[in-house]
Each structure stands twice: as structure tokens, then as C-alpha cells.
Design a protein. Structure first.
Length: 462
């Protein structure tokens, strides 16, 4: 389920328009299905790794429905709206949050008025590209009624999910070089508050409503970048959550907002796991390469606080990034040991064009200047992109990461005798998949068979 789309659908319907949704992977005859819906406009929401799929499908859609305009939005368009508009089958692109621009577009289409000056949208008219300035986003998050009904009515399999995912806010104060938030902050600079969050009661009402729609949900997951940024919000929300929801939950956190008081509120309300991105065990790299203002000491202190209050720690790290050495990769494992990480997540660094770290990778000669979205690996679990000196050994650490983190004695042996790991190169993918399986099973608290069946279902994404 795509949560930017559910928010857009809710806002579109709130403003008097109709909308429907199709999921490409769930529709073997998607192009034909469009005919049944009879739309006035067709929209694609895409991530950068979806570009190849999107280009092939949008060509088929345009060929079948040449008179229907196609609009594209999603994270990908933040990075390359002009490039997307250059494709002949695409008529318009939304850059930024889409609720206000799309509703204005539909209003004008309904009235048969010109719409090529709408802020937040770019158009292609007679071969000429018209790029309008961004539209300041909605400030009051309570005004965006997320609508998941369209998804679950068409795809009832979603109602069987045992993890209910929630976004309470938008925006992040930080400008990490690998993340799209830096691009978003640059786009909206001076236009809006960076971080906007629902009011506590509105969020509680949303969760209560969604739990009725997803009766099998056992746990709630708050996927915000900065859920804890406002301590007043946290105190009020956790009190309401304990009283009106009282289900276990997990959440993304940023160490700068963690202290004993905050974690006590979380634990009392039912939090079971906090999730954090450490990226690397090299403090200097995190600061200078990733521009992430957190030290190893802060991560360790955060984990100690969490453990004191009975919470588990989930931490994610990247491998084969610019300037990384084997020693850096091993330091990442050691940081996990120091944090006593329960759920170690890993992946290979992805150099998304349009991000600051992509430019750094090109400048250092780690990737070609011709590297494009089409070159991005389809799986960050299996493939890396950068040509750095110790890439093969670093990749081995990534493939065996789960076992190196969870078995400190094994790690100490491998650190002294790394040649043993090199001998296991032919079997790296077997250990990689086994590690992913065990990580996922423990994180989701699922049985062995259920975990296997779940991962098998989504195996093409691994």
C-alpha cells in the first residue's frame, strides 16, 4: 500500500472528485482494467527504482488511451521532473506534495479551464515544457484525510496484515546526503514549516478507524522520520494511545530526541521497539559524507536508554558507500555490538541521481557520470554500484552481516582470520538470504513457516 497515494486519494475525494487505484503487480491486465474505471486522467506514483517498470507500462497505457493525460508524481519526480517530462507518453509532472495541485488540476479540468499555470505542476504543451514554481504544502496535517478504503475494497488481502503502518507527520530537519529530504527541504525553503504533525487526538482517531479496517493488525508501526520531534506532542499522544488504543507499537526515532523521560512515555504506552539508521560505524564518515549529525556515542546512549526501559533496538546500516574501507565495515558491526542491537538491518548503498552523495560518487570516480536511474540495482540486498577499492571484502561483511552482529565470538574470529570469509564467497548469497530470513522472522515475531511463505511471496524484491 502506498501511503502518499492514500493521502492524495482522501484529499481528492474530500474535495468532491472521484478516484480509483490499480496496483501494477496485482493486475496482470492493468491496461484493460483502466477501461472499466473510465478515468479523465491517469496518474502514476513512482519511486526511482521503479523507472524501468514505469516507462514500459506508461507506454502501453498511452498507446491504449492516447486522449487521456498522464500525470506522474512520487519521490522520483523530486529528483528529475524535466527528465520524466521528456518521455513522449507523459503529459504532466507533480513535484512536491500533490494534494493542493492535483485538486486544483481536477477543478479546472472539470470547468474546462486552462491549467498550465498551476503551482507544483509542470506540463508539456506542443513539445514545450512549462515548469511552474512549487506549491506550498498543507500546513495542518489534520486536513488530510487518508483514504485506504479504495485499496482494501479492491485488494482485500491488505486487511490480513498484522502490522498497521502509520505516518503522523511530514518533513525532516536534517539534510542527509543520501536522502530525498535534503532535496525536499531545498524545494520548500522559506515556504513552510519543515516538520508538520497531526494533532494527538486526530492521530488517535485515525488509528482507531484504521484498526476497524484492519482487524488482524496486532502491532502499530509509526514510520515518520521525526515522530518524537515535539516532546509536548509525545507526552499527550502516548497518554491517549495507552487509554484508547493500547496495542504494542514500534517507531522510527532520531537519537537527538531520545532521553529517559521520552522513552518512559513510550514504554508506558506500549512501545516495544525503536528503529534507527546508523548508516556506518565511522563517526567521521557519518558527519562528513552523510551529513548526519549523530555520533556513535549518541547511538550507544540511545540504545542504553531503550534497553533500560525494556525496548528492543532495530538499526540499519549501509555498505559499499563512498570512501568506505573494510575497517569501516567492521566498525559498523562493532557499533551494533556496542548498541546490543536486536534487529540488525543492512543494505548496499544506492547512489540516486539528484542527491548530494551521487554527485560525490561521480566526482570521486566511484561511478560514471553517465550513471542513471536505469543503472540502479533492483535489490539493495544483493548488488552494489560503487567501484571502491575494497568493495568485494566490504560486500562479504554485508552478506554475512546478520551472523557477524548476532554472534560476537564468530565476528572476533573472522576479524582475525578474514581469509575464512573470502573462502565463503561462492556461498555468500545463501548466507545473505538466511540472514534476511532470520532478521525478518525475529523483527516481525513470526513463525518459521509463515516467515518463509511471506518472503517467498515478495521474493522478487529481495
Amino acid at each position: 500500500m502506498f501511503f502518499g497515494v492514500t493521502a492524495l486519494l482522501g484529499y481528492v475525494k474530500k474535495n468532491g472528485h472521484e478516484a480509483d487505484v490499480l496496483i501494477g503487480d496485482a493486475e496482470p491486465n492493468l491496461v484493460d482494467k483502466i477501461k472499466d474505471i473510465k478515468p479523465d486522467i491517469i496518474g502514476f506514483s513512482i519511486m526511482s527504482n521503479d523507472e524501468e517498470w514505469f516507462l514500459a507500462l506508461s507506454k502501453k497505457v498511452k498507446k491504449a488511451y492516447p486522449d487521456l493525460p498522464i500525470i506522474v508524481g512520487g519521490a522520483h519526480t523530486y529528483l528529475c521532473r524535466e527528465t520524466v517530462l521528456e518521455y513522449p507518453q507523459i503529459d504532466m509532472v507533480c513535484i512536491g506534495e500533490g494534494e493542493i495541485p492535483v485538486v486544483e488540476l481536477l477543478n479546472r479540468m472539470q470547468k474546462k479551464q486552462d491549467y498550465t499555470d498551476i503551482k507544483g505542476l509542470s506540463f508539456k504543451v506542443n513539445g514545450k515544457i512549462i515548469s511552474n514554481p512549487p506549491q506550498p504544502p498543507i500546513q495542518n496535517m489534520d486536513d488530510i484525510p487518508e483514504d485506504r478504503d479504495i485499496y482494501i475494497k479492491k485488494y482485500p488481502v491488505f486487511t490480513h496484515e498484522d502490522l498497521l503502518q502509520i505516518f503522523s507527520s511530514r518533513g525532516c530537519f536534517y539534510n542527509c546526503t543520501f536522502c530525498i529530504n535534503g532535496v525536499i527541504n531545498k524545494l520548500y525553503r522559506g515556504m513552510t514549516k519543515i516538520h508538520r504533525q497531526k494533532s494527538p487526538q486526530a492521530l488517535i482517531n485515525q488509528i482507531k478507524y484504521l484498526l476497524l479496517k484492519f482487524p488482524e493488525a496486532k502491532t502499530v508501526y509509526f514510520a515518520d522520520d521525526l515522530f518524537l520531534a515535539n516532546k509536548v506532542f509525545v507526552k499527550e499522544f502516548t497518554k491517549l494511545y495507552k487509554k484508547e488504543i493500547d496495542k504494542p507499537f514500534l517507531m522510527n526515532v532520531f537519537p537527538n530526541f531520545i532521553d529517559d523521560e521520552v522513552v518512559q512515555h513510550l514504554a508506558d504506552a506500549g512501545c516495544i521497539t525503536i528503529q534507527v539508521g546508523t548508516e556506518t560505524g565511522n563517526d567521521e564518515h557519518r558527519k562528513k559524507i552523510f551529513k548526519k549529525p549523530v555520533s556513535n556515542k549518541q547511538y550507544i546512549e540511545m540504545a542504553e536508554i531503550a534497553k533500560r526501559h525494556g525496548l528492543k533496538v532495530y538499526a540499519s546500516s549501509m555498505f559499499v558507500y563512498p570512501e568506505q574501507t573494510l575497517d569501516d565495515a567492521l566498525k559498523t558491526v562493532e557499533l551494533m555490538h556496542d548498541m546490543k542491537t536486536d534487529h540488525p538491518f543492512k543494505g548496499f548503498f544506492q547512489p540516486y541521481p539528484g542527491t548530494a552523495i551521487y554527485d560525490m560518487s561521480v566526482e570521486k570516480g566511484y561511478i560514471s557520470s553517465a550513471y542513471s536511474f536505469k543503472d540502479l540495482p533492483h535489490s539493495y540486498f544483493k548488488y552494489y554500484s560503487l567501484n571502491i577499492p575494497e568493495k568485494r571484502d566490504i560486500a562479504l561483511v554485508c552478506h554475512f552481516y546478520y551472523f557477524l552482529v548476532k554472534m560476537p565470538k564468530l565476528y572476533k574470529f573472522i576479524k582475525k582470520h578474514f581469509w575464512v570469509l573470502r573462502l565463503l564467497w561462492p556461498f555468500k548469497m545463501w548466507f545473505n538470504y538466511l540472514g534476511i530470513y532470520l532478521w525478518f522472522k525475529n523483527w516481525k515475531n513470526m513463525g518459521y513457516i509463515k516467515t518463509f511463505l511471506y518472503l517467498w511471496k515478495f521474493r522478487k524484491n529481495a
